[in-house]
Design a protein around this ligand. Sequence first.
Ligand code: NAD
Ligand code: UDP
Ligand code: UDP
Length: 317
Amino acid sequence: MKRILITGGAGFIGSHLCEALLSAGHEVLCVDNFFTGSRGNVAHLLSHPYFEILRHDVCFPLYVEVDEIFNLACPASPVHYQHDPVQTVKTSVHGAINMLGLAKRLKVRIFQASTSEVYGNPAVHPQPESYWGHVNPIGLRSCYDEGKRCAETLFFDYHRQHHLDIRVARIFNTYGARMHPNDGRVVSNFVVQALRHEPITVFGEGTQTRSFCFVDDMVAAITAFMHSSDDFPGPLNLGNPNEVSMRELAETIIRLTNSKSHIEFRPLPSDDPERRRPDVTLAREKLGWQPTTQLEDGLRKTIDYFGQRLAQMGSVA
Ligand code: NAD
Ligand code: UDP
Ligand code: UDP
């Protein structure tokens, strides 16, 4: 049994990771400032004897004793990370420095939730880890993209300079239960809109693509990477290479929910990447992992979750 710190543990992916690590018999310390996450996401874990939650902002130093660290703290939806961009950069950069300092003092392994956004609007498709990316350093998405890029730099400098044991994963679009209904990301937006029979807001012409990974597959990959005996520090792409356009996604969600919604086109936000698909060859080689959940199966589970959640909120049409 290890004592494991998960920053951002009350968020969407973090809450699933808390659950998986508790199930594997570990003790979990969940640290979160509840900016986009909530106690509700981990309410079912609060009575677990090996689960502990601490309200804390990773921009400030943290002195705890643990055997392993997963650093997930950072808002991930464009709406939320652009709400207070300076805080987003601080969370990525100061948060990384503090968690790396903690890992260095304790001499423990540390995982960083990096992102496909480090590739920006990619000129290479699909994106392998060797691609350096195409990122606007001063645009609306830069607080997130450049913050995460700087965090990767810090992880690799602590690795080279202080011999820290790191694992850097570049996570591609992930979806599933416990995304917030007002999270602003595309899957939660479309599902909530479809269940309420409201217009489905497709940005631009909906020709831009993403590749969506179901959260259970992502958590399996994250834990396999962190606990692999291979010394490989990353960066490692984690995601599902099944690529769809936003228009196709909207049509699929309308069909799966039997919704009366129609598509409404809205302006494309600036710097919105035109396409994104992970090359997961390395993850397959290093971890023997590959995603197993088909998009429609994952969407059905996600739709069930939001159906129940909206019914509890009394807001389903
Ligand atoms: P999320 O917004 O649900 O979770 C982020 C969590 O971090 C929330 O609980 C939030 O309250 C917490 N947090 C934010 N700032 C904090 C701070 N300063 N101190 C402490 N806690 C803080 O998002 P998610 O989708 O679960 O993303 C988790 C991680 O994975 C993030 O680092 C994100 O960048 C990364 N990621 C996610 C995706 C995806 O598609 N979900 C893709 C790429 C990378
Ligand atoms: N830090 C922390 N917890 C610890 C050790 C360090 O939060 O247990 C923070 C502390 O704020 C420090 C940062 O991590 O500034 C970086 O630590 P490091 O040892 O790399 O640098 P230094 O202490 O020399 O600034
Ligand atoms: N998007 C959309 N309608 C929405 C929300 C998002 O068409 O209501 C588009 C967005 O423009 C982007 C894609 O869906 O092209 C994925 O957006 P998301 O915010 O989920 O993630 P990211 O852009 O960070 O990959």
